[in-house]
Design a binder for this molecule. Structure first.
Ligand code: ADP
Length: 618
């Protein structure tokens, strides 16, 4: 229930629309009631001739009413003046008036129904939009670790599918809890005013069918929530395959993946069929049961009419219409609880994301920092990822002075990427501290810190936008000339010029394929334009052709100029140029110094590494 109220909090901005919807619901129910009530005089006009007032006018005194006298009086005088208005003239007059009134009532009913539905949909869709936006916004605050653990497909499914389920809870409350009771009141009023005995009788027999219909509804709900899970699984599989398409191909796993996916769709197929079976069974069964109940009521009521028990045939028909109109709202109301449960479950899955406290956030009054002047110090850092207690970094202490190039080398899995991920605070160290110009990194405003840093990784992330926007990603004030200048420095300008729309070419459209080297040069251009004081660089190991390699290398060297650089180094030239090399193995710095220092240590790790990894590269 708590979750449910949280969902309802999202409705607040749309309260005017909800109010409108409720108002039109009430008008709708009244017009609906009127349209049924009008059937009585219509039938009278057609079958009894209408002008026969004594028969057309309900003979109140002949009926025993359960209503208090004053209400009965009002009702009596209302129906009196209504009858006088309708049947005051000729039969044709009466027919004209009735037909006109019936048209008006149906017109109003439909108009109000439409407005009510529109207002409600506005609120519902607004809530969906707002919840999605909040969940998406929150994604950006979540720790990096979250995205590695959480299955991405599952995450997408929550934001898309679960939010749609939540949508129905809005209508549940405001439609079912408001419109249906009003409809019930209106039609119950009509039924009671026609014959309270018959109403009572109906309420004894009606539950027979209602209970059965409610049970079917329950089963349908359950199955629909199973379907929801099933579609989430398919989304997940789809996402995994699409994002890992290269691996699937490389390992020849197409058949395996096909089988997995086919199993998913088969299970969805079976579950859907199960639901269709119940759903399709429900309408003939419901109809038959309604007919049985209807037949009982018709028999009982028909007997009263035939035996002259104070009920006219026209009234009886009006009564029947009213009673059957009651079925739907009662049925809807019986399902309210289920629907609340269902949307609460979906809501919970969404709030689970929204409630994750960002592990890395600004302190209350963070220190603003717009430049980097002196040094970065790693002071006795230890680190482990949240999913394991094993230390990935330990006893890491070193200093980097402004303008230095630090090359991180070492066997794969040693902790190099983890170490550089601490610089922009993608993760916080488990113990120890990092200082920028003597200020603890945790006290610096995160946005400022990240502005100081530029990152070029092996995985070049480009967005489905123009080349121009990709290069200027994240920057607010930039001129086109600057973009061109950065592209020139990154050796990207000439290939961009050759693209169909130059800098306006959209990446990912019209089959535009960029080579690995081109993509890298674009991301170098992006970094050059940002012009950060500190550069973090994960050198690509991917095989680039010689020409491309040379262009990329040149661009990298320009990027490193006049900057403090951390580079996970794979190229000999980078290592040679580095001010300091840190050799990292099993989370520890096992050697540090320049290339010339380290190469002379005979049985040192660096020397071995150099002989194995670097000597052949250049
Ligand atoms: P390197 O960059 O030197 O290859 P990494 O920093 O990537 O090394 O990895 C160091 C260790 O941390 C490895 O054992 C790796 O399995 C582990 N690791 C890396 N990323 C994560 C993560 N997100 N969650 C848990 N463990 C990780």
């Amino acid at each position: 229930m708590k979750t449910y109220f949280r969902i309802l909090a999202f409705v607040k901005p749309y309260k005017n629309y909800i109010a409108g919807s409720i108002l039109f619901s009430i008008l709708y129910a009244l017009a609906n009631g009127a349209s049924i009530y009008l059937l009585i005089p219509l039938l009278d006009t057609l079958f009894l001739g209408g002008s026969d007032k004594s028969s057309a006018t309900v003979n109140q005194s002949a009926k025993t009413s359960i209503l208090p006298d004053w209400i009965a009086d009002i009702q009596h005088s209302l129906s009196e003046s209504f009858n006088t208005f309708i049947f005051g003239g000729s039969k044709i007059d009466a027919l004209t008036k009735i037909v006109f009134l019936v048209m008006l009532a149906f017109f109003l009913k439909n108009l109000f129904g439409y407005l009510q539905a529109y207002f409600l949909a506005y609120a519902e869709q607004g809530v969906v939009k707002d919840i999605r936006n909040q969940a998406y916004k929150h994604l950006h605050k979540l720790p990096m670790g979250f995205f590695k653990n959480e299955k991405t497909g599952n995450l997408i499914s929550r934001i898309i599918n679960d939010v749609s389920v939540v949508q129905s809870s809005v209508s549940t409350v405001f439609l079912n809890m408001v419109r249906e009771p009003i409809t019930i009141l209106v039609f119950l009023g009509i039924a009671l005013s026609i014959s309270w005995q018959l109403t009572l009788f109906s309420f004894v027999v009606l539950p027979i069918s209602l209970i059965f219909i409610a049970l079917l509804g329950l089963k349908l709900r359950k199955q629909s929530s199973i379907l929801q899970q099933s579609i989430a699984e398919i989304t997940n599989l789809l996402y995994e395959t699409i994002s890992g398409v290269k691996i699937v191909k490389a390992f020849g796993m197409e058949e395996y993946e096909n089988k997995k996916f086919f199993n998913g769709t088969l299970s969805y197929f079976k579950k859907t069929l199960g639901m269709v079976r119940v759903r399709n069974l429900s309408s003939p069964v419901t109809e038959f049961l309604s007919v049985v109940v209807g037949a009982l009521i018709i028999y009982y009521g028909g007997k009263i009419v035939i035996e002259g028990g104070g009920l006219k045939a026209s009234e009886f028909l009006g009564f029947l219409f009213a009673i059957f109109q009651l079925m739907t709202p009662i049925k809807e109301l019986s399902g309210v609880n289920n629907r609340i449960q269902e949307s609460s479950a979906a809501g919970e899955r969404i709030f689970e994301i929204i409630d994750i406290e960002p592990a890395i956030k600004n302190i209350e009054t963070p220190i603003r920092k717009n430049d980097f002047t002196t040094n970065i110090i790693f002071d006795n850092i230890a680190f482990h990822y949240s999913d394991s207690d094993e230390l990935v970094l330990k006893d890491v202490s070193f200093e980097v002075k402004k303008g230095e190039i630090i090359a991180l080398v070492g066997p794969s899995g040693g902790g190099k990427s983890t170490l550089v991920d601490l610089l922009p605070r993608f993760y916080d160290p488990t113990s120890g501290a990092i200082y920028y110009d003597g200020i603890d990194i945790k006290n610096i405003k995160i946005e400022d810190l990240r502005k100081l840093l530029g990152i070029v990784t092996q995985e070049t992330i480009l967005f489905n936008e123009s080349i121009k926007n990709n290069i200027a990603y994240g920057l607010e004030n930039y001129s086109f000339d600057k973009i061109v200048e950065a592209s020139k420095m990154a050796n990207a300008h000439s290939f961009i010029e050759e693209l169909p729309d130059g800098y306006d070419t959209i990446i990912g459209e019209r089959g535009l394929k960029l080579s690995g080297g081109q993509r890298q040069r674009l991301s170098i251009a992006r970094a050059l334009l940002k012009n950060p004081a500190i550069m973090i660089f994960d050198e690509a190991t991917s095989a680039l052709d010689n020409q491309s390699e040379m262009l990329v290398q040149e661009a990298i060297e320009r990027l490193m100029q006049n900057r403090t650089t951390f580079v996970i180094a794979h190229r000999l030239s980078t290592i040679r140029n580095a001010t300091k090399i840190l050799v990292i193995d099993k989370g520890k710095i096992i050697q540090s110094g320049t290339h010339n220092d380290l190469i002379n240590i005979d049985d040192g790790v660096y020397k071995k590494l150099y002989e194995m990894q670097f000597r052949d590269i250049q």
